[in-house]
Design a binder for this molecule. Structure first.
Ligand code: SF4
Length: 367
C-alpha cells in the first residue's frame, strides 16, 4: 500500500482529531505536529528509479495520499496545485484522499477537475452524527467519480442511510480508536452502520475494534496488534453478494430468556391477538398457520438483503404479522438485535425453522 505524504503536520478541527496519531507520534519524538512542512517525498509520484521507471507503480495498489496531514489543509494551499499536477500526470495510479475538510474541496479543486477524475477517490470522515450531517451533504454535491465515507474513530451511533440511498457513496469504513486514552467503540454502533449499508447495497468494512471495545455491554481492552485482526475475524465487513456474513459465529438465544426480554419491552409486549385473529386461527387451524409463517419467513425475511427491509411486515392483517412484531421477527434488523441472526446473509434452514418456532410459540401462548 503506497503512501504519499507531500506535507506533514496538521491542525485539529474535529472531535475525531482529539487523539490524532500524527500528534501522538510527533510528540513522542519531541516534534510539534501543528507545524506544517513540505516533506522530502513531495514529488513522490514523479520520482523515478535509476532505471528510469516510476517508483510508484500501478501494481503496488492505491496511493494513500496525505496520511500525516489533510490534503485540504489551508496551510498547504500554496503546494496543492503542484500535487494536482502530479496526480493529473499519473492517471495510471489510483489516488485515495481522506479528509476532514470536505467543505474546502470546491475552492481547492484544480481548474480542469470537471466532473471529477476517474483515478481519484475522495473520502470524507464522519466520526459522529453532527459531522455526518455537516459533511456528507457536501460530499454528495461535489463533482466526484468516487466518493467514500470513513467513520473512524466511530464515537457514537450514527445514521447515514439517507445519504447512502443516493447511490453516490461507494464504500463505508468504520473502526474504533487506538492509542492511550482511546474512547470506546460499541459494537452496536458498528452493527447499526453495517445494517444501513446492507439495506442500501453499499460495501462496508469494519476495519478495527479500537483499543476499548464494548460488546453486549462488556468492555474489552484490545491490544493494538489484535485490533484489526479481531475486526476481520468477526466477519462483520460486508460486500454485497460475497457471502462474507456466512462466517459470522453467533448463538441463537435461549427461548425462555428471549420471551422474558420481550415481555420487558413496552413496544413488543403491546402486541396481542385480536378476536378476529383468533377466529382466523380457529378457521384455518394451527398447522395451516405454521405454513403461512414458513411462507412469510421464506419470502420476506430469508434473502441476504430483503426488499424494503424494516417495512416488509404489516402491523396487522394476519396473526403471523402480529406475532412477528411481538417477537421481533419482523425484519432483519430486529432479527439481528433480538435474536443475534446477522443481517447480510441468507437465512439457512435452521434459522428459518427457529423463527417459525418462535412465532408459533408466541401464538400458542396467546391462545
Ligand atoms: S485532520 Fe487528521 S491529521 Fe489532521 S489533526 Fe485531525 S486527525 Fe490529525
Amino acid at each position: 500500500m503506497p503512501i504519499w505524504n507531500p506535507w506533514h503536520g496538521c491542525r485539529k478541527i474535529s472531535p475525531g482529531c482529539a487523539h490524532c496519531y500524527v500528534y501522538r507520534r510527533d510528540e513522542s519524538i519531541g516534534k510539534d505536529a501543528s507545524v506544517v512542512t513540505r516533506t522530502g517525498d513531495f514529488n513522490l509520484p514523479l520520482k523515478k528509479t535509476r532505471q528510469g521507471a516510476y517508483k510508484l507503480r500501478p501494481e503496488d495498489g492505491i496511493v494513500f495520499t496525505c496520511m500525516t496531514s489533510d490534503f485540504f489543509l489551508p496551510e498547504a494551499d500554496e503546494w496543492r496545485a503542484s500535487c494536482w499536477d502530479m496526480i493529473r500526470r499519473r492517471a495510471d495510479l489510483r489516488f485515495y484522499i481522506i479528509t476532514k475538510r470536505i467543505e474546502r474541496f470546491a475552492e481547492c479543486a484544480p481548474p480542469d477537475w470537471g466532473g471529477g477524475w476517474e483515478h481519484v477517490t475522495v473520502c470524507s470522515t464522519c466520526e459522529d452524527q453532527a459531522r455526518a450531517d455537516a459533511r456528507l451533504p457536501v460530499l454528495l454535491e461535489l463533482p466526484l467519480k468516487h466518493r467514500e465515507v470513513i467513520s473512524e474513530p466511530l464515537l457514537e451511533e450514527i445514521h447515514v442511510e439517507p445519504y447512502l440511498h443516493t447511490g453516490k457513496i461507494g464504500h463505508v469504513t468504520c473502526g474504533g480508536e487506538s492509542g492511550p486514552g482511546a474512547r470506546p467503540c460499541d459494537f452496536r454502533w458498528v452493527q447499526e452502520l453495517r445494517r444501513e449499508c446492507i439495506r442500501c447495497g453499499v460495501p462496508f468494512t469494519f476495519k478495527q475494534t479500537g483499543a476499548v471495545f464494548i460488546r453486549e455491554g462488556k468492555t474489552y481492552h484490545i491490544e493494538r496488534k489484535d485490533q484489526m485482526a479481531q475486526a476481520a475475524k468477526s466477519g462483520y465487513s460486508y460486500t454485497p453478494g460475497a457471502g462474507s456474513a456466512e462466517r459470522i459465529v453467533y448463538r441463537l438465544p435461549e427461548r425462555k430468556a428471549l420471551f422474558d426480554r420481550l415481555a420487558k419491552s413496552d413496544f413488543r409486549s403491546r402486541f396481542r391477538l385480536t378476536e378476529k385473529d383468533r377466529a382466523y386461527i380457529a378457521e384455518k387451524g394451527i398447522e395451516r398457520l405454521r405454513k403461512h409463517a414458513e411462507d412469510f419467513v421464506e419470502k420476506r425475511l430469508s434473502g441476504e438483503n430483503p426488499a424494503n427491509d424494516g417495512q416488509q411486515t404489516p402491523m396487522k392483517g394476519h396473526p403471523v404479522f402480529v406475532a412477528q412484531h411481538a417477537t421481533a421477527c419482523c425484519c432483519r434488523s430486529c432479527l439481528e438485535k433480538w435474536h443475534r441472526i446477522p443481517a447480510g446473509k441468507a437465512l439457512n434452514a435452521e434459522e428459518r425453522s427457529y423463527i417459525v418456532d418462535v412465532l408459533m410459540n408466541w401464538i400458542e401462548r396467546q391462545l
